[in-house]
Design a protein around this ligand. Structure first.
Ligand code: PRT
Ligand code: ZN
Length: 212
């Protein structure tokens, strides 16, 4: 395999910054709308556009050699992929939040509560680590409305500015994970691909250094 295949988010919060990073690395790609894949004109790189949730699996399976995805997704999907480099964008935290009127004295207060989340794996690990038995309600979106409609007592969701929590009458009480976008890879690259990855990582590191 002569080329390196990278999976990035098709649309969403990581899409633009992923494209921008490649551009800053001097890689020209034309990302027409609704394309599933494209090729760089001046680097042996093929780009696949995917849902972020699918990226760890695609990289594990070798459909793509590398990918850009949030650490939150890497940990939730729990696939055997390696983080080659943290990328410094897509920063957020996965936190526990409760209605702002609720008194909170520590993580033990979560015992026996119903917690709504899209991150059941990470949450379950966190609760087990703290010896807490809570009921995890997995929901795929709009987690922050769950307490208001009586579906849950607390939520575990991504937070960046905090304004979504605020607008829903919730307060952040515990940070479970700090996350940013990362470049992941599998262990099955050919020597040629490893050399390309090394070149790409070298450029990414230079871009990051220039920003500090
Ligand atoms: O369609 P696809 O499945 O690819 O995308 P998606 O909808 O699952 O993900 P997307 O595009 O929303 O987020 C992609 C990644 O961006 C996440 O996996 C995180 O790694 C990262 N990221 C960074 C965030 C946020 N910040 C963020 N604030 N992802 C989501 N949010 C949401 C959060 O869930 C909540 O609804 O934004 C809201 C909170 O934001 P604040 O600013 O109000 O606190
Ligand atoms: Zn997603």
């Amino acid at each position: 395999m002569m080329k390196l295949r990278i999976a990035i988010q098709k649309s969403g919060r990581l899409h633009d910054d992923s494209i921008k990073l490649l551009k800053e690395c001097g890689i020209d790609i034309n990302n027409g709308v609704n394309k599933l894949k494209t090729e760089a004109s001046n680097f042996p790189l093929e780009v696949f556009f995917l849902r972020d949730d699918d990226i760890p699996q695609y990289v594990e399976d070798g459909v793509a050699d590398i990918g850009i995805v949030g650490e939150n997704v890497i940990l939730e999907k729990n696939r055997p992929v390696k983080v080659a480099e943290k990328l410094g964008f897509g920063k957020c935290r996965l936190s526990l939040a409760v209605p702002k009127s609720v008194e909170y004295n520590g993580v033990k207060d979560m015992d026996k509560l119903r917690i709504a989340t899209s991150y059941p794996v990470i949450l379950d690990n966190f609760l087990k680590e703290h010896g807490i038995s809570a009921e995890i309600h997995e929901i795929s979106g709009s987690v922050e409305i769950a307490p208001g409609i009586g579906l849950a007592d607390a939520i575990c969701d991504l937070v960046s500015s905090g304004s979504t929590l605020f607008m829903n009458g919730l307060k952040e009480v515990e940070v479970i994970l700090k996350s940013e976008a990362a470049l992941i890879t599998n262990g099955n690259l050919t020597a040629e691909q490893e050399a390309l990855l090394k070149k790409l990582l070298f450029r990414i590191q230079a871009v990051k250094k220039a920003k500090n």
